[in-house]
Design a binder for this molecule. Structure first.
Ligand SMILES: [Zn+2]
Length: 211
């Protein structure tokens, strides 16, 4: 399965009809958050493939169109937060948001709150392991796991519960954003037990190989 993965920053040449020459053969779009809903809707419409997303900490509760219409997410996309679903034979799950760093603000969670969200997915992951032979293929998150691709500040610290989830349920991939990458020498792909952790900022086209 070939996936266009986007996060955190609008890429001008993707927000253009020429995106079909770059990504016209992808089967699915994954968004790891902090992106305008109109941008994701554009990609979904032009590429005509399913969009699965999680919210980032900078996403608004409501984004308004020029016509004044309120949108709580990209139209036609599937909000994956705390869900485990199967799409085209791929088992995908999502966990939105960043570490809570302000009292106010949507899509921020304490470490404890993220543990609770992870635990809510556990029955379905066990079900998949028993009846499908594997718990999870791709986990989409906004923030990274703790101590993998984290920033130097508290805001860009990752979640400890993601490490446990990877050790316990062995997803093939964890795709995240949140931490912006400005240097080609910075590490954006890390193997953790049996999971490839990939920071997709601002976009990557990935062959998600399950063999
Ligand atoms: Zn973020």
């Amino acid at each position: 399965m070939k996936a266009l993965c986007v996060s955190d920053k609008v890429v001008d040449f993707l927000y253009d009809p020429a995106v079909v020459t770059k990504a016209g053969d992808v089967n699915i779009i994954f968004s790891c958050g902090d992106l305008p809903y109109y941008y994701l809707e554009y990609l979904l419409t032009v590429l005509n493939v399913p969009l699965y997303y999680v919210h980032g900490n900078h996403d608004p509760q409501v984004e308004y169109t020029p016509g004044g219409e309120g949108m709580t997410g990209p139209g036609g996309g599937v909000d994956l937060d705390t869900k485990v679903v199967e799409v085209n034979g791929l088992i995908v799950a999502g966990l939105q948001g960043s570490i809570r760093y302000k009292q106010e603000g949507s899509f921020q969670h304490t470490q404890f709150e993220m543990w609770l969200k992870v635990l809510r997915m556990v029955p379905r992951l066990f079900y998949n392991r028993i009846f499908k032979g594997r718990a999870l293929d791709v986990l989409i998150t906004h923030a990274p796991p703790l101590n993998i691709h984290n920033g130097n500040d508290y805001v860009h610290q990752g979640f400890a519960s993601f490490l446990w989830l990877m050790r316990k349920f062995k997803p093939r991939y964890l795709l995240h954003g949140h931490h912006h990458v400005y240097s080609h020498t910075e590490q954006t792909v890390t193997c953790y037990y049996q999971t490839i952790v990939n920071n997709v900022y601002p976009y990557k086209i990935l062959n998600l190989n399950l063999d």
